[in-house]
Design a binder for this molecule. Structure first.
Ligand code: DAK
Length: 181
C-alpha cells in the first residue's frame, strides 16, 4: 500500500522527488509506521511519476541552509538511510528513473535494486562542490569495490541501467511497467 499522502506525492513529483526536510520527515514517519506491521514481508521504495526515483537532495532547500540547518539535514538524511538499511524485512529500490545524489544513496541503502531501462545513477553533487553525505560513499564502495565507487564519486558521471547491471549496482533491469507501481 502507498505510505504517503496524495498531497505530498504531487509536491514531490514536481521536483522529481527531491529529498527535502519534509520528504525526509515523511519517509521517517512512513518507515516508523511500517515497521510496526507484523505481517509485512517486503518493502518497495519507488519514485512518484515515471521519470525519477529521487533526483537527489533538494538543491533549492540546501542552498538556503545555514551550517546548523545543514548539519541537522545531514543527520536527518543519514538517519533515514540507516532506518532503510536496518529495516526488519527486505527493502527493494524499484528505480524507475533518475537516482541521483541522495537518491542514489537511498537506492544503495536498500537490500536490492531493480532498475527500469530508464534508470540513471550518478553523484552530480561533486560538480556542485559537495560530496555525497548520506552514507553512499561507503555503501557504494562495499557494493562495487573502491575503484568504481571512487570513479563515480570523483567524476559524477552517469551510469545507465545496462552498465549498472553489468557492474553490480543493480541486480535486474526490467521494463518500467514491471517495476513502477
Ligand atoms: N533538487 C531540487 N529540485 C530539483 C532537483 C533537485 N535535486 N532535481 C530536479 N529538480 C526540479 C527542477 O529544478 C525542476 O523544477 P521546476 O523548474 O519545474 O520548478 C523540476 O525538478 C524538473 O526538473 P528538470 O526540468 O530539470 O527536468 P529534466 O528532465 O530537464 O532534468 C534532471 C532532470 C534530473 C537531469 C535535472 O533536473 C537535474 O540535473 N537535477 C539535479 C540533479 C542533482 O544535481 N542531484 C544531486 C543533488 S545534490 C550531504 C548530504 C547529502 C548530499 C550532499 C551532502 N552532507 C550531509 C554533507 C546530497 C546532495 C545531493 O543529492
Amino acid at each position: 500500500r502507498k505510505a504517503s499522502s496524495a498531497a505530498s506525492d504531487v509536491y514531490k513529483r514536481q521536483a522529481l522527488n527531491a529529498l527535502n526536510s519534509q520528504v525526509l520527515s515523511d519517509l521517517k514517519a512512513a518507515l516508523d509506521e511500517l515497521k510496526k506491521e507484523a505481517d509485512l514481508r517486503c518493502l518497495i521504495i519507488t519514485g512518484a511519476g515515471p521519470k525519477s526515483f529521487v533526483a537527489g537532495a533538494d538543491i533549492g532547500e540546501m542552498s538556503t541552509m545555514n551550517p546548523k540547518k545543514g548539519e541537522a539535514f545531514g543527520i536527518a538524511g543519514n538517519n533515514v538511510m540507516s532506518q532503510v538499511a536496518s529495516f526488519p524485512c527486505p527493502v527493494i529500490a524499484a528505480v524507475n528513473g533518475y537516482a541521483l545524489g541522495g537518491g542514489f544513496e537511498l537506492a544503495l541503502a536498500c537490500d536490492l535494486r531493480l532498475a527500469s531501462e530508464k534508470a540513471r545513477f550518478a553523484f552530480p553533487e561533486t560538480g556542485l562542490g559537495i560530496t555525497p553525505g548520506f552514507g553512499g560513499t561507503q555503501r557504494l564502495a562495499r557494493l562495487v569495490g573502491p575503484a568504481l565507487a571512487s570513479e563515480l564519486i570523483f567524476t559524477g558521471r552517469t551510469v545507465k541501467a545496462d552498465e549498472a547491471l553489468a557492474k553490480g549496482v543493480v541486480s535486474q533491469v526490467c521494463a518500467l511497467s514491471l517495476i513502477h507501481i
